[in-house]
Ligand binder design. Structure first.
Ligand SMILES: *Cc1c(COP(=O)(O)O)cnc(C)c1O
Length: 483
């Protein structure tokens, strides 16, 4: 693209006195604001005509990459396709024009969707009750850990402050435990990538509040010892927490509740579509087994005598999130209904097939440290041939030149050159084959012309960013230069 607006900041397009709006005369009379709230200086806002603003943001949006642009194999993030029908239902005026506090009699349909989604999640997870209030996965973890803390306090065991977290866990797990005021204890993984049960045994005592697990874990591997782990953890009086951010591979196949988990969260914005990335919007519903329902946060949507009602009980924990991100709930419920029980069951097997297909097609060129059947995702440890000096970062940047979003890199921390690929079930064989061909081509380039890969990306609007400089000299605000 080549025009005078391109690549500029909106402030740089400002012309004093230019306007992009005209407002009708106010029908409301002016009223005096308290003097301490009044500005002393005019706000430094850009002054632009409407067309300049529209072109500016349209140009920016064209630089963005999302699932609707192309393949987005960002491991652990489940960037699956969000069907258009999810957007259509979420935009229905009966859902989008609601006021959060309008009387329940006037929004029975919306409350019904909310209630039915709570029930659907309970049956998918094999747990007793769900709250849809938390705003994201990490918020769900915090909520779930607060429930666990309240459970131990209720049983007069407030000394249970330790949360056991596998070394392969998503970073939010230890962070949530710490935010909840609990102490994080790490349990090792074995060479096969699963939790080391012998090490776990040595950590269990009456100071343990919970064990947090992800299954399949962050390496995409099914944790085979869960029944034994659950028995050990329960025998010592602690609870089992399931990180179901990516419930994808298990949907309709098996249920965390049946595996012995007591509390869990699900990311609606990974498992049940919803466009995400860039910080939102999300939803991290939390489910609990029977006997813990009273500890869930309020408000809750309940069904009483055939009418839906928002119940605000004081008994549970408090997270102050009201009813959460309702529009994400509508998308998730649409997604569940549009697939139905029968097709929901195919999500996991297809995601698993796609991941294994890519893994097997590339493992001769990329190092596969744990060479076994994976679930929805897997991790390479960079290129096999390390002699070229081409790193995972270089491969990821070169993928951008070919029009692909990069996989997750340098996570999990178990390997030096982690390259974590999650294709999801929504991609076609043609897309997978094209991606595999490009990954093979990059491996060939690394051998023949490594500088091309090391200097990538060459075709994106912004080239290789200097991470070190950006971290050292971080500029988060725009300051206008006056001469
Ligand atoms: C994405 C993810 C989370 C955190 O979810 P957010 O909505 O980003 O807060 C937690 N655990 C796992 C395994 C995840 O993949």
């Amino acid at each position: 693209m080549n025009n005078q607006l391109y690549g500029k900041l909106i402030f740089e397009l400002s012309t004093p006195g230019r306007k992009g709006y005209s407002l009708p005369k106010s029908e409301v009379e002016a009223y005096a604001l308290p003097s301490h709230l009044l500005r002393t200086e005019a706000a430094a806002l850009p002054e632009c005509d409407e067309m300049t603003v529209v072109r500016h943001y349209t140009n920016h949006s064209a630089n963005n990459f999302g699932v609707n642009n192309g393949f987005y194999p960002l491991g652990s993030c489940t960037m699956k396709y969000n069907p258009v029908i999810d957007e259509e239902t979420a935009a229905l005026r009966g859902f989008s024009d609601l006021h959060p506090l309008q009387p329940a009699e006037t929004c029975q349909g919306a409350l019904e969707v909310y209630y039915r989604l709570q029930r659907a999640l309970s049956s998918i997870a094999g747990l007793s009750e769900f709250t849809l209030n938390p705003f994201a996965g990490a918020h769900g973890e915090l909520t779930g850990l607060m429930v666990i803390r309240a459970y131990h306090e209720e049983r007069n065991e407030p000394q249970r402050r330790k949360v056991i977290v596998p070394d392969s866990a998503h970073g939010t797990n230890p962070a949530s435990a710490a935010v909840c005021g609990l102490e994080v204890v790490e349990v090792r993984s074995r060479a096969d990538g699963r939790v080391d049960v012998d090490h776990l045994r040595t950590l269990l005592d009456d100071s343990v509040a919970a064990m947090m697990m992800t299954n399949p874990n962050t390496l995409g591997l099914f944790e085979c010892d869960i029944p034994e782990i659950a028995r050990l953890v329960h025998d010592c009086g602690a609870l089992m927490y399931y990180d179901g951010a990516n419930l994808n591979p298990l949907l309709g196949v098996c249920r965390p509740g049946d595996m012995g988990f007591d509390v869990m969260h699900i990311n609606l914005h990974k498992t049940f579509a919803t466009p995400h990335g860039g910080g939102g919007p999300g939803s991290g519903p939390v489910g609990v087994r029977q006997g813990l329902e009273h500890l869930l946060p309020s408000p809750r949507v309940i069904l009483e005598d055939g009418r839906y009602r928002i119940a605000d009980e004081k008994e549970g924990i408090h997270i102050g999130a009201f009813l959460g991100n309702f529009a994400v709930a509508v998308r998730a419920y649409t997604y569940i209904l549009s697939l139905g029980r029968e097709h929901l069951r195919m999500v996991g097997p297809l995601a698993t097939l796609n991941a294994n297909y890519i893994k097997e097609s590339l493992k001769d060129l990329y190092l596969l440290p744990i060479d076994t059947l994976c679930k929805h995702e897997f991790v390479f440890d960079g290129l096999r041939d390390k002699s070229t000096g081409v790193t995972t970062m270089d491969v990821a940047k070169r993928l951008l030149d070919y029009g692909y979003h990069a996989p997750t890199i340098y996570f999990p921390l178990l390997f030096h050159e982690s390259l974590m690929i999650e294709p999801t079930e929504s991609e076609s064989l043609e897309t997978l084959d094209a991606f595999i061909a490009v990954m093979r081509k990059i491996a060939a380039e690394a051998a023949d012309d490594p500088d091309v890969v090391k200097g990538a990306p060459h075709h994106t609007p912004i080239g290789r960013v200097d991470d070190v400089l950006a971290a050292k000299s971080l500029k988060l605000t725009y300051k206008m230069l006056h001469d």
